[in-house]
Design a protein around this ligand. Structure first.
Ligand code: AMP
Length: 285
C-alpha cells in the first residue's frame, strides 16, 4: 500500500502511461475509518484494478462554529483498516496544498444543496462539491463510491457529476449500522455512554415511521409527528430537522409514495447526527 501526500505525485500516477487500461476506483473520506467506510472500500476493491482511498478533513465544508479542529483522527488505525480492505493507494493531501493562497473557485450545486443539511449548514455542500471536484481531477477515478448515510451529499455529487459531464460512475452504498441500529459515523466517538444510548432514538423513530408506512399510512405530516414525538422524548436530543422529501429531487412531499426520503438531523448533547431511510423504494434506485 502506497501513501501519497503530494497532489502532483497522485495526479502523475493517475495520468501516467503506466496506468494503461487499468481502472481506478475511489473512496473519498475524512478518515477515522469504521465499518461503513470499510463496506465502501470492499465493494470498490471488486470494481476496479486500482483502489484509491483519500483521507482529508476538508476545512471548506466546515462552518465557523463546527468541529473541524476536534474532528477525530487515528492514521495508524486507518492504515490498518485500509490495508485489510485491499487499498492500493492512500492519498492524504494537506490543506495548504489543496487551498493555497489565492484559491477562489467554488463549485456550487444550486437547488439540491439548499434544503436539509444545506439549510442548517450554509456553504457546507459548496465545500463538498468543490473538494470532490478537486479530488476527482487529482485521482482521475473511473468509479467513485459514497454512502447513503450522507444521502444529500450523494445527491449533490450525482447532480454535479452529471451536470459537469464528469466521466465517472457514482455508486451509492447502503448505510452500515451498529448492532443496535445506530448508523456508524466518525462523530459517534464524541458521544458519552449515556448519549450513546440516547442516540438510538434516531433509528427507533425511523423504524416507527416505517412500521406506520408498512401498515398503509401515507401522510408525511402523520409520520413526521411520530418521528418528532419519539425524539422529543429523549431529554438530550434536539431536532435540527425531520423531513420527508422526494428521494431524487429532494423536493418537499406531503404524501409518501415511491421513493420518499425520510431524513433527520438531531443533536445529541453537542453532537450532530444524521440518519435516513428511503420508503417505497423503486427497484434499482
Ligand atoms: P466521511 O468520512 O464521514 O466523510 O464519509 C466518507 C464516506 O463514507 C461517505 O461517502 C459517507 O457517506 C460514507 N459513510 C460514512 N458512514 C457510513 C455508514 N455508516 N454507512 C455507509 N457509508 C458511510
Amino acid at each position: 500500500m502506497k501513501i501519497i501526500n503530494s497532489i502532483l505525485h497522485m495526479q502523475a500516477l493517475a495520468i501516467s502511461p503506466e496506468r494503461g487500461e487499468r481502472r481506478i476506483s475511489f473512496v473519498p473520506t475524512m478518515g477515522y475509518l469504521h465499518d461503513g467506510h470499510a463496506s465502501l472500500l470492499r465493494e470498490a476493491r471488486k470494481l476496479a484494478d486500482v483502489l484509491v482511498l483519500s483521507i482529508f478533513v476538508n476545512p471548506m465544508q466546515f462552518g465557523a462554529n463546527e468541529d473541524l479542529d476536534k474532528y477525530p483522527r487515528d492514521m495508524e488505525r486507518d492504515f490498518k483498516i485500509a490495508e485489510e480492505c485491499g487499498v492500493d493507494i492512500v492519498f492524504i493531501p494537506n490543506a495548504t496544498e489543496m487551498y493555497p493562497n489565492g484559491f477562489q473557485t467554488v463549485v456550487s450545486v444550486r437547488d439540491i444543496s439548499m434544503p436539509l443539511c444545506g439549510a442548517n449548514r450554509p456553504g457546507h455542500f459548496d465545500g463538498v462539491a468543490t473538494v470532490v471536484t478537486k479530488l476527482f481531477n487529482i485521482v482521475r477515478p473511473d468509479i467513485a463510491l459514497f454512502g447513503n448515510k450522507d444521502f444529500q451529499q450523494l445527491a449533490v455529487i450525482r447532480r454535479m457529476t452529471a451536470d459537469l459531464n464528469l466521466p465517472i460512475e457514482i455508486v451509492g452504498m447502503p448505510i452500515v449500522r451498529e448492532r443496535d441500529g445506530l448508523a456508524m459515523s466518525s462523530r459517534n466517538a464524541y458521544l458519552t455512554q449515556s448519549e450513546r444510548e440516547s442516540a438510538l432514538c434516531l433509528y427507533r423513530s425511523i423504524l416507527s415511521a416505517r412500521a406506520l408506512f408498512d401498515s398503509g399510512e401515507r401522510s408525511a405530516a402523520v409520520l413526521k409527528r411520530t418521528v418528532c414525538g419519539i425524539i422529543q422524548n429523549e431529554p438530550s436530543a434536539t431536532i435540527d430537522y425531520v423531513e420527508f422529501r422526494d428521494a431524487e429531487t429532494l423536493n418537499d412531499v406531503e404524501v409518501i409514495d415511491n421513493s420518499t426520503l425520510l431524513a433527520l438531523a438531531v443533536r445529541i448533547g453537542q453532537t450532530r447526527l444524521i440518519d435516513n431511510m428511503v420508503f417505497g423504494e423503486k427497484p434499482g434506485f
